[in-house]
Design a protein around this ligand. Structure first.
Ligand SMILES: Cc1cc2nc3c(=O)[nH]c(=O)nc-3n(C[C@H](O)[C@H](O)[C@H](O)COP(=O)(O)OP(=O)(O)OC[C@H]3O[C@@H](n4cnc5c(N)ncnc54)[C@H](O)[C@@H]3O)c2cc1C
Length: 433
């Protein structure tokens, strides 16, 4: 069975495909690969832009390991099988009157895939999904089943929450959860100058701030999400018609059609970006958190995202804008700006430092390389760390200095996967052999 990722940039023809539905089956596949001297790779839904999940020999698919398997209301934790899609966890949590604290802007990914690459949203007390984990279970490269938390195998817990698929096959994940709450989104257009001038204050006063800059314009769209202390019945979601027009039609159908045409007429991009920015007006609505955080993304794109230290965020953004303006390149997709508080996960992009994320996108049929090559040196110069699931050119030698705990990760990898049962080309590049 052929495997390819969402963006279409990576594909593979694994020799074997298995859909395990128990930890024992995962153990059997790992032991088999170890004895045969081959590799095994559990894939998620392929939403990483990099070839991080490309299987080389045996591919384990996630569908058999799906569903919530434990709810502990005293500890406020929920345990789910690792192949559960985030959207399915969100629905199950909503029925239980519970919610995750924070998340990114889609919910198609598997839980294991999302945590393994450091998937994050913006703001809050934890932006990354991995930083919301209370425990996990994984099958190591020697076929051992290990549970890890702050009190059980804490050395493994410290690194395996963002494990890049290199330390084992995750089988269950336990998340810290909260009582379901109402989140209010306030979206508004702003000028570049006003948005940058008030960014620090917005981040300090709102729970979650997400900004989009339209390249070649002075226009931003700013989304602030705040928790409301009101009963769920008082939430005021968007009407179906407004949600369809804004989110399905404008941001998917129309945006997809227009950006496809712009690939052939790049000189029109600045004018169309100005128009797009104007069409996205102000709106306020409230709903349960996952319906405010996440949206549909039908237009396939390519993405590079870097985390820089929080204080370097706006200077790096200004430099990126200046470089783009001077380059003659034309980019039709907005640049996304988010923040994260420091976390304690060794290879999380926010490990040990408050961070600002800058994400750059192109349409799938536009050549992303010139754009990303132009900006990556700027982000690197600001001590940037690339998102593990998004495009970048870094390798082990130059990633190690970016992560003070890189050596700690490699030492656990040597212990948990001595025969490199979980290796693939991407991991050989970013972690070494
Ligand atoms: C449209 C779109 C929007 C996105 N939005 C965001 C966002 O808002 N914020 C953000 O940070 N990122 C975002 N991403 C990136 C995305 O969240 C990550 O790339 C994520 O890893 C994808 O999860 P997946 O299930 O598709 O995993 P895959 O891409 O299939 O796999 C990712 C890694 O997880 C490993 N893995 C999967 N299952 C297991 C398992 N059971 N045990 C061990 N390892 C496993 C794989 O081997 C691989 O190493 C977005 C991507 C897209 C395409």
């Amino acid at each position: 069975m052929e495997w390819s990722n969402w963006s279409g940039l990576a594909s593979a023809r694994p020799a074997r495909t298995v859909v395990p539905s128990s930890t024992e089956q995962v153990v059997a596949e790992v032991q088999r690969a170890r004895e045969d001297g081959t590799t095994v790779k559990m894939v998620g839904t392929g939403h990483s832009f990099t070839a991080i999940s490309a299987p080389e020999h045996t591919m384990l698919r996630p569908q058999g390991l799906s569903g919530v398997v434990g709810v502990d209301r005293a500890a406020m934790t929920v345990t789910a099988l690792a192949g559960t899609r985030l959207a399915d966890l969100n629905t199950a949590l909503e029925r239980l009157g519970l919610s995750l604290h924070n998340m990114g802007d889609i919910a198609e990914q598997t839980l294991a895939g999302a945590v393994s690459t450091g998937t994050h949203g913006s703001g809050g007390v934890a932006a990354g999904l991995a930083a919301q984990l209370a425990g996990l279970e994984l099958v190591t490269g020697t076929g051992e089943v290990l549970r890890a938390s702050e009190t059980e195998n804490p050395d493994v817990f410290a690194v395996a929450r963002v494990g890049l698929g290199a330390l084992g096959v995750l089988t269950t994940l336990t998340f810290r959860v909260e009582p379901l709450f109402v989140l209010e989104a306030h979206e508004q257009p702003m000028s570049w100058d006003a948005a940058l001038a008030s960014f620090d204050e917005m981040v300090a006063t709102s729970h979650h701030v997400d900004m989009y800059w339209f390249p070649h314009t002075d226009r931003m769209s700013v989304k602030r999400n705040d928790r409301l202390d009101v009963p769920l019945a008082e939430a005021e979601p968007l009407s179906r018609a407004r949600a369809w027009f804004d989110d399905d039609f404008l941001q998917n159908t129309a945006f997809g059609a227009v950006t496809a045409v712009l690939n052939r007429v790049p000189s029109a991009i600045p004018r169309v970006n100005r128009l797009n920015a104007r069409l996205l007006g102000s709106r306020t609505y409230s709903d349960v958190p996952h319906r405010v955080f996440t949206a549909r993304r039908d237009v396939v794109f390519r993405e590079m995202e870097y985390a820089v230290p929080r204080a370097a965020g706006l200077p790096a953004l200004r430099e990126a804008r200046a470089a783009l303006d001077a380059s003659g390149l034309r980019v039709s997709f907005p640049v996304e700006i988010r923040t994260a508080p420091a976390d304690d996960v060794a290879l999380s992009t926010a490990s040990g430092r408050d961070s600002c994320y800058l994400a750059f996108h192109t349409h799938r049929d536009a050549d992303h390389r010139a754009y990303f090559d132009l900006l990556e040196p700027i982000l690197r110069a600001h001590e940037g760390r690339p998102h593990w699931g998004k495009l970048h050119t870094r390798s082990a030698a130059d990633l190690a200095p970016a992560y003070p705990r890189f050596g700690e990760f490699l030492a656990v990898r040597d212990r948990l996967d001595p025969d490199r049962v979980f290796a693939n080309d991407y991991l050989r590049r970013v972690l070494g052999d």
